[in-house]
Write a protein of this length. Structure first.
Length: 239
């Protein structure tokens, strides 16, 4: 009787009761594929930084992540490496396909830095394509690149929405999203564009949100769009 009753009860697991994957202090122990390991070494990274040691196991486990760490702590690799590994596990991208992963960043310069790192860690993968979609550059070149089919798009929110509205790309295959420097994106007025993307993603996707500060607007965004996120905080973080 006790058992039957229990089966009829809705069970809610509170987010915090899900254990977070433990930090891993060495790239070798992260179970990364051989080509990525080779590219990490070629890039000159020997040891993960604190945020990498903590955030990468979470990202690689498929969990959502709310990452908070100061500038210069190595957040880019913390998300680009798991993102590439994630994409490698997906079916190949064909002409006309939308991307598998999307990174939104506040500025063109930052998007360019991220794209460089994506290319560095995907160096050995010849069929792996990345597009950078930012304002102030030729939109028709970006359009043809997107239409050809890419694995990863690194974008500023405004330009990415332009392409979505023009039908040059779609959200339909995205299963991995990164919001980098989310606090700066909000400061720059990209909240509506971020919401437009987050609300229209396929049901099954993983989200990593990085921010240098944790104001209530970021907490709300995380509350709304992350599922049982693991919080990783490194160094002093102000609200
Ligand atoms: P953040 O996004 O947190 O501001 P970045 O990802 O831009 O930080 O990294 C800051 C600097 O540290 C970059 O020059 C980057 O190449 C370097 N870096 C990142 N991770 C490592 C690592 N594991 N080993 C050595 N250098 C690293
Ligand atoms: Mg950064």
């Amino acid at each position: 009787e006790e058992v039957r009753l229990r089966l009829n009860v809705d069970v809610t697991v509170s987010p915090n009761s899900l254990p977070a994957p433990a930090p891993i202090e060495s790239f070798v122990d992260m179970n990364l594929c051989a080509s990525i390991m080779k590219d990490i070494a070629f890039h000159g990274y020997t040891t993960p930084t604190s945020i990498q040691a903590q955030a990468m196991p979470v990202a690689l486990s498929g969990r959502d992540l709310l990452g908070c760490a100061e500038t210069g702590s190595g957040k880019t690799a913390a998300f680009t490496i798991p993102m590439i590994q994630h994409c490698l596990a997906q079916p190949p991208v064909r002409r006309g396909d939308g991307p598998l992963a999307l990174v939104l960043a506040p500025t063109r310069e930052l998007a360019q830095q991220i794209e460089k790192e994506v290319k560095a860690f995907g160096r050995s993968l010849d069929s792996f394509k990345t597009a950078i979609v930012v304002g102030g550059t030729n939109i028709s070149e970006q359009r043809s690149e997107l239409r050809a089919g890419v694995n990863i798009v690194v974008a500023t929110p405004g330009r990415f929405i332009d392409h979505l509205q023009q039908g040059n790309t779609s959200l339909s295959r995205i299963s991995f999203v990164v919001l980098d420097e989310a606090d700066r994106m909000l400061d720059m007025g990209f909240e509506l564009q971020i919401r437009e993307v987050m609300q229209n993603l396929p049901e099954k996707h993983q989200t990593l949100l990085f921010s240098a500060t944790m104001p209530v607007e970021i907490e709300e965004l995380a509350q709304e769009y992350l599922t049982n996120p693991v919080r990783v905080k490194v160094g002093k973080v102000s609200s």
